[in-house]
Design a protein around this ligand. Structure first.
Ligand SMILES: [Zn+2]
Length: 208
């Protein structure tokens, strides 16, 4: 049996199953010093492409996880496939990716934590729902949100340890507390940003 095929019918289990795979891609990104954002594209309950953030290695600011995955999908399928494809990504897509996904006609987006700085699916703008020519798509957040936040925190701790003048050790303890998500406004990413500025100085511009 194809290991990428997941036959369960339960929606929650399906979402968690695929978000776990997106988190694995985020772990892979972390292991090679990329901002740990990972994603998978799913067609008929089967992963057809995976992506992870690749901005540091490629020195290209647009090589977000979603773009890597989109390229991989288009290498094997016509663009029309996206109307039946769901994206699972650990962090809410940024404005650039949210727009690309809409132009491609993605069916739905599921994400882990919200992106209050650059988010295009409700964090800052609602690119997925605004009036426009291209069809809207639903974006549902909060799936393994804590795990997605912890990945980002681990990355910034790791980066700080490599800095020429790391901040004092007392500031480098991994904070494992994640605030509850409010229904109206998921502030997780804002909290994370505030903590990062506190620990590391201004956050790098490459953050997703
Ligand atoms: Zn993006």
């Amino acid at each position: 049996m194809d290991e990428n095929y997941f036959p369960l019918k339960d929606e929650t289990l399906i979402r968690e199953h695929f978000m776990r795979q997106a988190l694995e891609m985020g772990e892979l990104a972390l292991s090679i010093d990329e901002v740990p954002v990972g994603c998978v594209f799913v067609l008929n309950n089967k992963v057809i492409a995976k992506g992870m953030n690749d901005t540091n290695r490629s020195l290209s600011g647009h090589r977000h996880a979603e773009f890597a995955g989109i390229e991989s999908v288009l290498a094997k399928h016509p663009a029309s496939v996206f109307k039946n494809v769901d994206l699972y990504v650990t962090v809410e897509p940024c404005i650039m990716c949210a727009s690309a996904l809409r132009q491609l006609g993605i069916r739905a987006v599921y994400f882990g934590c919200s992106n209050d700085r650059f988010g295009g699916c409700g964090g800052v703008l609602h690119i997925n729902l605004d009036a426009g020519i291209d069809r809207c798509y639903p974006a549902i957040g909060g799936i393994f949100r804590e795990e997605a936040i912890m990945l980002l925190r681990r990355f910034y701790l790791q980066e700080n340890d490599k800095a020429p003048n790391p901040t004092a050790k007392r500031n480098r303890i991994l904070n494992t507390t994640v605030e509850n998500m409010s229904i109206d406004n998921m502030r997780s990413y804002a909290l994370l940003e505030a903590e990062l500025v506190d620990v590391n100085g201004p956050a790098p511009m490459t953050v997703h």
